[in-house]
Design a protein around this ligand. Structure first.
Ligand SMILES: [Zn+2]
Length: 273
């Protein structure tokens, strides 16, 4: 397990020693598949050991049935318990309550953790291409602004391990779908010709010049890069976005669906203590 907290505050994404937030991500040691209750207990135990002296019974896991949609939900006092029963279809979860570990399960998609320092709201979001295309990040920003009264300029965003731009190959129809939404998105795709990934013909933003006339059938997609672009456009500030720079496809410590079609998932989480 890797935890980013007050014990390691030089790397702490919240920017300073902070005894009130636990956040981080697991690895292959905890397979956070939906049915694996032992993994939930393991996470709680690890958070307690690493972050605080609270009783393990004080923590609750709050997670979602992730559906690659754009729905964001908030955990409020009155309905908090239902999030422990995993019945909600959504891909982003926010709260200002203490002791709920907001959990996102992934194996290549990008897990994002949010911490609004001024308002005290936290969030965890699952963002693959579908969620990004359907504006899950805009919905997340709106949730922080309008439900939690957060100042977006001060919100910390942690980009947990996910597939990097060298490893994410997509078909031309996906490229077209994105540039039809916004032509600037072309900067996050690079045409891939044959073994072009191994030479320096790869240029993002349409600058590629192939030595032959074949149309590219595939593109490399910089999903994390486009996520950052959309975050900046939504008012988040560059210096508050902390990319852990870990690729799930390349790094053996994490699960990668694209690599081996695994059903296993690792967890990214954030909780107020
Ligand atoms: Zn990679």
């Amino acid at each position: 397990m890797i935890f980013l907290n007050e014990k390691d505050y030089s790397n702490c994404p919240v920017g300073a020693r902070n005894n009130s937030i636990a956040l981080g991500f697991g690895d292959k040691n905890i397979d956070f598949q939906t049915k694996n209750l032992a993994a939930r207990f393991d996470l709680i135990r690890q958070v307690r050991l690493n972050c605080c002296t609270k009783d393990e019974n004080d923590f609750k896991i709050a997670e979602l049935n992730q559906v690659h949609g754009n729905t964001i939900v908030s955990v409020n006092e009155s309905d908090a318990d239902k999030f422990s029963e995993k019945i909600i279809d959504a891909d982003g979860i926010f709260t200002s309550l203490r002791n709920y570990l907001l959990c996102i399960k992934t194996a290549d998609c990008i897990p994002l953790l949010f911490y609004a320092q001024s308002s005290g709201a936290i969030g965890a979001v699952h963002c693959g291409w579908r969620g990004l295309y359907n504006d899950i990040l805009i919905n997340s920003a709106d949730m922080l602004k309008y439900h939690y009264n957060a100042n977006i300029e001060n919100v910390i965003v942690v980009i947990c391990p996910g597939i990097c731009r060298n490893c994410y190959t997509v078909k031309e129809d996906l490229y077209e779908k994105f540039i039809n939404k916004n032509i600037d998105y072309k900067n996050y795709f690079a045409a891939k010709y044959g073994d072009a990934v191994n030479d320096n013909r790869i240029v993002y933003g349409g600058g590629i010049k192939a030595s032959h006339s074949d149309s590219p059938a595939e593109y490399l997609f910089d999903l994390k890069g486009l996520i950052k672009y959309v975050l900046f456009a939504s008012g988040f500030r560059k210096e508050n976005i902390r990319d852990m720079n870990l690729c799930t496809y390349e790094n053996e410590n994490y699960f990668s669906y694209r690599k081996n079609k695994t059903a296993s998932r690792f967890v990214s989480f954030i909780g107020k203590l």
